[in-house]
Design a protein around this ligand. Structure first.
Ligand code: CP
Length: 326
């Protein structure tokens, strides 16, 4: 178990070794158990986490704020539009200054081609750990919560288990590609057989797909890419269908909308769930476009684990804070 994580940033799960991630999951399970028993666990008394959001959030904000409070510290919510960032505060200034006020900085910045670099620039200037609450490339805490959830449902050894990471249609907006990218990176490191399904226009960043192949080769998993949702679902132990934008094909919103409409039959419904293994679980990071991306019968049905997934955000984030901010 690698425990020397004090001061470490968590921007992508690729920044941490598999052994370090296993430490985080171990601590998350312990903190989950302690909360269930009502055992105090104020491991970060008087510590402050700065929470800087450039985008809206339900789960991420609520779980980080609850988590730091349960650890005995304080979460300071900062919405970028209420700051002087638009008047000139640079990433370096944010890192230097917020790093002197607090003990950790968590950031959500999903602008295409901007977010990840911004978070890394803040990290470069900051004396405290930086936690990525989602950028345009990665959503590490979502995927750590997903991994914890899969292990709870399917057991700790995931080798030989099939996960279908599939694109699904949504009409609400061009959702980031950070969730599927983070899924293929992490699940291949834990030996899963990953089938990534998407229409041709919805490809992911080639370097990240290549890294996922490397992860699979190193850890005994596999990565297959198909353009057929049914093929991905067939015999899967875990299905994770969600929408994402065709950012690598076009930046034009009208063109994106038209491309998406060609694939409006890419929905997760009961027929598709029946293609998966009998005991398959349905996962989604939420929010979902109900009736478009997934039917109510699936999202609210017996195979859905979306609320356990959302709960596990709390536990993995508390583990990351306790390990890096102490
Ligand atoms: N899954 C997730 O990150 O949810 P929010 O956007 O509500 O934080």
């Amino acid at each position: 178990m690698q425990t020397d994580l004090r001061g470490r940033d968590l921007i992508s799960t690729q920044d941490w070794t598999r052994e370090e991630i296993e430490t985080l999951l171990d601590v998350a399970r312990d903190l989950k158990r302690r909360r269930a028993l009502g055992e105090p666990h104020a491991l970060l008394r008087d510590k402050v986490l700065m929470l800087l959001f450039f985008f809206s959030s339900t789960r991420t904000r609520a779980s980080f704020e609850a988590g730091i409070a349960q650890l005995g510290g304080h979460g300071e919510f900062i919405e970028s539009s209420t700051t002087q960032i638009s008047h000139g505060d640079t990433a370096r200034e944010i890192g230097e200054i917020l790093g002197r006020y607090g003990d950790g900085i968590a950031i959500r910045q999903c602008d295409w081609g901007v977010g990840n670099q911004y978070i890394r620039d803040v990290a470069e200037a900051s004396r405290v750990p930086i936690l990525n609450m989602q950028c345009e490339l990665y959503h590490p805490f979502q995927i750590l919560a997903d991994l914890l959830t899969i292990q709870e449902k399917k057991g700790p050894d995931l080798r030989g288990r099939k996960i279908a990471v599939s694109w699904a249609y949504a009409s609400s907006y061009q959702k980031p590609i950070s969730v599927p990218q983070s899924l293929i990176l992490l699940m291949t490191r834990f030996g899963m057989d990953v089938t990534l399904a998407h229409p041709p226009e919805y490809s992911l960043v080639p370097e990240i797909v290549e890294q996922a192949h490397t992860n699979a080769n190193q850890h005994g998993g596999s990565l297959e890419i198909v353009h057929d949702m049914d093929a991905a679902f067939t015999n899967a132990d875990v299905v994770y269908p969600k929408s994402w934008g065709c950012m690598l094909t076009t930046s034009d919103h009208e063109e994106s909308r038209k491309i998406g409409e060609k694939y409006s039959d890419w929905i997760c419904d009961e027929r598709r769930m029946a293609l998966a293994a009998e005991d398959a679980i349905y996962m989604h990071c939420l929010p979902a476009d109900r009736g478009i991306e997934v039917t109510d019968a699936v999202l609210d049905g017996p195979q859905s684990v979306v609320y356990d997934e959302a709960e596990n955000r709390l536990h993995v984030q508390k583990a990351a804070m306790a390990l890096t901010m102490r």
